[in-house]
Design a protein around this ligand. Structure first.
Ligand SMILES: C[S@@+](CC[C@H](N)C(=O)[O-])C[C@H]1O[C@@H](n2cnc3c(N)ncnc32)[C@H](O)[C@@H]1O
Ligand code: SF4
Ligand code: SF4
Length: 329
């Protein structure tokens, strides 16, 4: 079994799966609308504080569509979470209510997928100007702002433009990650390994940037030959090792891209009980059994890499045991 943390470090709560947009790549399934109610969310947040979770995140759907979102944030910011993030498309924000939030506690992760036409194309609606204006407002109001950009065929040629927009807006950080083909139609939007390598080279040109933090999630952190086994807990997939996601229907999962692998429900058990039962997490905690293909099985880096990402392997090959197609070897 892989090492895992005694309690999760990162917990994300999808407050609701309702959304005002219909992005072409979205993982959020809106076929049946589900929403966590205020009392259940408060009960959860209290439990997560007791578990000494390091990073609490709110997402969705669109979290700002939850009717009690500001009460939830005001409650969470009073507790002892070192880090609270709200992930949003930033179309709806109530400036008066936002201004009451604690800037030292609450950070925004705002989706921005490209310059105006590209963002609007991906987001399925003409929202770019509105989002840009809201971002400027939040920056001026001294919040820590991250832009989340999901890279795909539609926007990867605009990599430099996205950084330029982020710098003009004076945001603190931009996080780049790749699209996951959670529906067959998204497969045609996916970047190849070569596209990603090309972007990574571009990203490296920005290594001297002082005014903005840039993250590029390539999937792999590299394979040191002599890594310290004690830090292997920080390497590879985080699902069920340090990370939990609570979905708007109450299901508890390791990875948002693999909601089919469900570890339990908040309507049946508390998070501690679900976390402590290894059977609930066996797919993620026993990667040696889950990852079953000749190349990984014989690979000298397996203990560090743990087979890479099961979600991308599953969506690309249809088999959760197969090799991560982005493996650099
Ligand atoms: C599901 S949205 C929820 C929060 C909010 N509605 C938003 O758009 O930021 C969270 C993030 O997941 C990203 N996302 C959605 N589907 C994805 C997929 N198939 N692959 C990778 N990222 C995805 C979105 O682009 C967004 O940045
Ligand atoms: S705004 Fe967010 S949740 Fe809504 S469709 Fe787009 S990515 Fe999905
Ligand atoms: S399966 Fe992939 S996307 Fe999901 S948590 Fe693991 S590494 Fe991340």
């Amino acid at each position: 079994m892989n090492k895992y943390f005694k309690t999760p470090l990162f917990v994300s709560i999808d407050l609701s799966n309702r959304c005002n947009l219909n992005c072409i790549h979205c993982r959020n399934n809106k076929t049946k609308i589900t929403e966590l109610n205020y009392n259940k969310i408060i009960e959860l947040i209290k439990e997560l504080e007791n578990l000494e979770i390091f990073h609490l995140s709110f997402s969705g759907g669109e979290p700002f569509l939850h009717p009690e979102i500001y009460d939830i944030l005001e409650y969470a910011q009073k507790l002892n979470f070192p880090k609270i993030t709200i992930t949003t498309n930033c179309v709806f924000i109530d400036r008066l209510k936002i201004s009451k939030l604690d800037r030292t506690k609450i950070r925004f992760a705002i989706s921005l997928d490209g310059p105006k036409d590209i963002h609007n194309l991906i987001r399925g609606k003409d929202v770019f100007d509105n989002v840009k204006e809201n971002i400027s407002y939040l920056v001026a109001d001294k919040f820590y702002i991250m832009l989340n950009c999901t890279l795909m065929k539609q926007n990867y040629k605009y990599f430099d433009d996205i950084i330029k927009i982020g710098k003009e807006l004076k945001v603190n950080q931009i996080n780049f990650s790749k699209v996951f083909p959670v529906h067959p139609v998204i497969k045609q939007f996916m970047l190849t390994k070569e596209d990603l390598n090309e972007l990574y080279d571009k990203y490296k040109h920005y290594s001297d940037e002082k005014d903005i933090v840039l993250f590029f999630d390539k999937g792999y952190i590299g394979f040191p030959d002599d890594y310290d086994k004690d830090i292997s807990i920080y390497m590879g997939c985080r699902a069920g090792i340090s990370q939990v996601n609570i979905m708007s229907d109450g299901s508890v999962i390791g990875c948002k891209l693999l909601p089919q692998i469900c570890a339990g429900s908040i309507y049946k058990n508390d998070i501690k009980t679900i976390w402590e039962n290894n059977d609930n997490w066996k797919i993620f905690r026993n990667m040696k059994d889950t990852v079953n293909n000749k190349i990984c099985n014989d690979c000298k880096y397996f203990e560090a890499c743990k087979g890479g990402c099961r979600a991308i392997a599953y969506y690309v090959t249809g088999n959760i045991s197969s090799r991560d197609p982005f493996c650099p070897l």
